[in-house]
Design a protein around this ligand. Structure first.
Ligand code: IFG
Length: 516
């Protein structure tokens, strides 16, 4: 009798769980929204016997197979061994392989085919496999993100997802200068932006309140300039070894790090560290307030350019990515006739180092080097000027993308100089039509800056970045024709359990129908 009731109970559990499983592949809420999803009958079940196989004895694919296995093992409790293809093929396999068969997929796209007996993930490049893995994670029930074994049915409805990004540059910026964030927080931010297929991390490494990267030739930049932060608390900085650790952690997730050393403005930390960088040869006091636009390197002094060459020289030598960000914003105390030749000189230094220049939109006032990017944040006419001078634009309009803008007047963190930015405002904009004179072919992509004048902890960062960052990630990836707030807000609401299981301290906006 007991045996019978036990079996009956298990059958009931199976039926209940089956009932909860999504009925079709296209019924699953994915962010970013894939380009195309085709549902077919049946479903794939991951079981304790499943293995992850990778093709061509490719060590990068082996690493990606391990990355996938490490994300699926905790919640499933399955061994999920990672083996080269050719080992015995059993039902329940996940196979990953490279194939140049589908040119439209580009470097970051993928083809994910889910059949009842196997899942095949194909891409032209490893980055595509990585993006397919992020989608695969979202196809399993949200409990896949648990760190302990769950008694869930690890099923995915059958079908096919063919996917590739709209923009090549899909970024998030983290200001570690106003408040310093330890390397663990930066790595967590990298993990979180990678979940949503972002591929750029722009680190704002210096400002009036702090210098956060070791420069061996100018050690007081960190010993003095890195000692404090907004509010007067203990600051901090990354040694070059730690910076390289961040670079490698990001690279393993196909994220390029863009270091920014802001100049000529936003430089009080440097000016407080070295008297000779000041026109009057007197070091300024360290600054722990939140005003902007009051500082400037001394554009007249040759030592200023030696300083810049040393700084960017050391940073370029430990930055594999092609870009250096020179800032250039809010140089309110630098005369325009000094600002323009200064920015021209800095661009020469960057290009001599073999890197591409990125700057905030004000740098468009200078004569831009080829292959430069202007980052549109406040003045559309600067960005349009940049386009006229042959630059590409990174779209970061403060009205939509600044994650430090308060959601509304009750938000205790953040600022509101660019207005309140609720979740709909960060989603309801189209980079390709926002500014007259800037069209799709002028745009490198999108970036969501997070300034930290008012943010002290990772929890603060998560509260302001999530869920708005997901909308900007969606804009960067999806095809523009799929822009639809009423559809998106439901898709976002269905991410609730996943966000909670990832322990993300997200803002539960009232605009979103958060799923139970
Ligand atoms: N503008 C400043 C940032 C920061 C921001 C806060 C840019 C390019 C206001 N410059 O945004 O340093 O203070 O919202």
């Amino acid at each position: 009798m007991l045996k019978f009731s036990l079996i009956a109970g298990l059958v009931m559990l199976q039926i209940t769980l089956m009932a909860l499983a999504p009925t079709s592949l296209s019924g699953i809420s994915l962010i970013p929204k894939p380009v195309s999803i085709t549902s077919t009958d049946g479903h794939f079940s991951l079981t304790s016997k499943s293995i992850i196989s990778y093709s061509n004895q490719d060590k990068e694919l082996k690493r990606l197979g391990d990355f996938l296995a490490e994300r699926l093992r905790p919640a499933t409790g399955f061994a999920l061994t990672v083996q080269p293809t050719g080992s015995k093929q059993i039902v329940g396999n996940i196979s990953i392989s490279l194939s140049s068969g589908d040119p439209l997929l580009g470097d970051e796209g993928y083809l994910l085919t889910i059949k009842s007996d196997r899942v095949n993930l194909i891409a032209r490049k490893p980055a595509g496999i990585f993006n397919g893995i992020q989608t695969l994670r979202q196809l399993f029930p949200a409990k896949i993100e648990c760190t302990t074994k769950q008694s869930d049915l690890w099923q995915i409805p059958a079908g096919e997802i063919r996917d590739f990004p709209e923009y090549a540059y899909r970024g998030a910026m983290l200001d570690v200068a106003r408040h310093f964030f330890q390397i663990e927080d930066v790595k967590r931010y990298i993990d979180l932006i990678a979940l949503y297929k972002m591929n750029i991390l722009h680190l704002h490494l210096s400002d009036d309140q702090g210098w956060r990267i070791e420069i061996k030739k100018w050690p007081k930049l960190t010993s003095v300039g890195g000692s404090l932060q907004v509010g007067g608390g203990k600051g901090g900085f990354y040694t070059q070894e730690q910076y390289k650790e961040i670079i490698n952690y990001a690279a393993a997730r196909f994220i390029v790090v863009i270091p920014e050393i802001d100049m000529p403005g936003h430089t009080n930390a440097a000016l407080a560290s070295y008297p000779e960088l000041n026109c009057n040869d007197q070091a300024t006091a360290l600054y722990t307030g939140t005003e902007v636009g009051f500082s400037s390197l001394c554009t007249k002094k040759p030592i200023t350019y030696q300083f810049i060459a040393d700084v960017f020289g050391e940073i370029a030598s430990i930055t594999p990515g092609p870009y250096l960000h020179i800032g250039g914003d809010e140089s309110h105390v630098t005369k325009l006739e000094d600002y323009i030749p200064f920015v021209n000189m800095v661009q020469e230094i960057v290009v001599k180092l073999g890197k591409q220049v990125i700057g905030w939109d004000e740098i468009a006032l200078s004569s831009l080097k080829p292959n430069s990017f202007v980052q549109y944040w406040a003045e559309a006419e600067n960005a349009v000027l940049g386009v006229r001078k042959g630059a590409k634009v990174i779209m970061s309009p403060a009205d939509n993308c600044y994650l430090d803008m308060q959601y509304d007047s009750t938000t205790t963190l953040g600022l509101h100089w660019s207005g309140f930015v609720e979740v709909d405002k960060s989603y309801n904009w189209d980079p390709a039509t926002l500014v007259k004179g800037i069209s799709k072919e002028n745009i490198a992509g999108v970036e969501a800056p997070l300034w930290t004048e008012t943010m002290v902890t990772m929890s603060d960062i998560e509260y302001m970045a999530f869920p708005r960052l997901l909308g900007i990630a969606d804009i960067g990836w999806r095809s523009p024709s799929s822009a639809n707030w009423n559809e998106y807000k439901i898709r976002l609401g269905n991410q609730k359990e996943r966000l909670k299981l990832l322990k993300i301290n997200f803002y539960p906006s009232k605009q979103i129908p958060w799923a139970d």
